[in-house]
Ligand binder design. Structure first.
Ligand code: ZN
Length: 493
């Protein structure tokens, strides 16, 4: 309701925001659709009943014919997760039909004309979030014969795989939306996202965020890879560091997999197993190992042989800054994506801000330290004063644009205004989780008791974190100070 009243100011803010973005963004790919700024306003709805679902957001209606969606955790007597549920036929997914109701000019209702997108295979996705009552889902659009059936989804480019993120731990509901969009403004690629409301087997399930998977998309377009399907040739590939709960076929064992104590696994994300040959896999492993060996060698910052020949340093700089600003500390070891595109250089891609900005379950993330500078790859990059100088310089640049409080708080307020009544409907369904008996964060006082409090917490986290970074960003230079470990670099070529 609030959304309609503030219509005019949204338009005004939108204009300001667009002008602001176009003037101040260092990298403008010109194509990113930022929903709360660009969504067309809809006519106020007068015809519906009070208790009917009536929303300005698209409705996604998924129907499994009542069959339970697999992928929920199975617990032992200590409540440790020992397995995930399977479909009746022993596979990990079940088939479901999927409809989208997304009227151009008017609000959306279940009874309105729906666009049928055919069938999807669906399962619960995520890691710790699989325990939550409001589940995250993975869907794959399929033809009758089970083959991939790439579809445009809620206005995003054709693809067969999508993540349906249902914010639950994140009481603000906007963390992933916010940081994917901000990353998308400054980095080459960040997953595109769209809000929607989910109805599953006739039951309202609240606010969700449709999210592009970090796979290459149509002919490699998402990650600027060039793919020739006929000849099975790929100009690039994408890897992920994660828990390693994937098929052996996806696991890659490059240099640092053997040489560091990190427990995480390098996994091939693209090309997938269908297009993978033993030769291609070995070529990727050897090439990636060459980069890692270089980075961990005495020649790491040598102009001719060093890491700069392998990576797009700006991408690593931005990845570092956005994950540090948000204290998103899975980054660098889990849910960590790196890819090589047509430029021939490695780039980083952000993923998963669900626990960022002090929503990490186990404990509060200290806002008075840097962490990512001591994890894989980055620990070596920060030994190079040129890299560190770029981090510092870039930080102050971003502080004037997308890292300014004005921009960040404006982004938060405008998104909350845009979501409007969808927030109320989400918490009509899930509002009981604000009660103390459902506290997910430890210690308990970190849990917000209502939506307004969750937004206040997010803002005060950002203020605190920015203050720390303002005062300490220069201190990162200590990691690249001249030292005995660097004397070997004096060897000239
Ligand atoms: Zn209506």
């Amino acid at each position: 309701m609030k959304y309609k009243l503030i219509g005019l100011s949204v338009v005004t803010l939108t204009l300001i925001a667009v002008i602001f973005i176009s003037q101040s963004m260092p990298k403008d790919n010109g194509t990113r659709y930022i929903e709360h700024i660009m969504a067309e306003e809809k006519e106020a709805c007068e015809r519906c009943e009070n208790d009917a679902l009536c929303t300005h957001l698209p409705i996604v209606n998924i129907n499994t014919n009542g069959i339970e969606i697999p992928g929920k955790p199975v617990y032992d007597e200590n409540l440790d997760v020992i397995d995930y549920t399977l479909a009746e036929d022993g596979t990990t997914t079940v088939k479901a039909s999927i409809d989208v109701i997304d009227n151009k000019k008017t609000d959306n209702h279940l009874a309105d004309n729906a666009q049928n997108l055919g069938d999807v295979m669906i399962r619960v996705r995520g890691h710790s979030s699989r325990r939550f009552e409001k589940a995250n889902y993975f869907i794959r659009f399929v033809n009758d014969d089970g083959t991939n059936n790439p579809q445009s989804f809620l206005g995003m480019d054709d693809h067969h795989e999508w993540a349906l993120h249902g914010p639950f731990l994140d009481k603000t509901l906007i963390r992933n939306y916010m940081w994917y969009n901000i990353a998308g403004e400054i980095m080459d690629y960040s997953p595109n996202v769209r809000f929607f409301e989910l109805v599953l087997n006739g039951e309202y399930r609240g606010l969700y965020l449709a999210t592009e998977m970090i796979t290459a998309g149509k002919e490699g377009a998402r990650l600027s890879l060039s793919v020739n399907k006929k000849d099975n040739t790929f100009s690039g590939y994408a890897l992920r560091l994660d828990w390693g709960d994937t098929d052996e076929a996806n696991k890659l064992y490059p240099f640092t997999n053997y040489t560091t104590r990190a427990k995480t696994q390098h996994e091939l994300v693209y090309p997938g197993t269908k297009n993978m040959t033993p030769e291609l896999k070995k070529a990727i492993k050897d090439e990636f190992s060459l980069f890692e060996k270089t980075l961990y060698s005495y020649d790491y910052n040598n102009e001719k042989y060093g890491y700069k020949n392998y990576i797009d340093a700006d991408s690593f700089v931005d990845y570092f800054l956005i994950n540090e600003l948000t204290c998103n500390y899975d980054a660098g070891s889990l849910s960590t994506y790196i890819y090589k595109d047509t430029s021939g250089k490695y780039k980083m891609c952000v993923w998963d801000f669900n626990s960022a900005c002090d929503a990490y379950q186990e404990q509060a993330m200290p806002t008075n330290e840097f962490r990512l500078n001591s994890v894989l790859w980055f620990q070596m990059l920060f030994m190079d004063n040129e890299f560190t100088d770029r981090v510092v310089e870039r930080y102050w640049e971003l502080r004037k644009t997308v890292f300014s409080e004005e921009y960040l708080f404006g982004f938060i307020d405008d998104t909350v205004d845009y979501l409007g009544s969808a927030i109320d409907r989400n918490y009509d369904r899930w509002g009981y989780t604000f009660g103390a008996e459902y506290d997910l964060l430890h210690p308990n006082e970190r849990n917000p008791r209502n939506y307004e409090e969750s937004i206040k917490q997010l803002k005060s986290f950002l203020t605190k974190r920015l203050t720390f970074m303002d005062e300490n960003i220069e201190s990162l230079k200590q990691y690249s100070a001249e030292s005995k470990t660097k004397k070997y670099n004096e060897v000239s070529d």
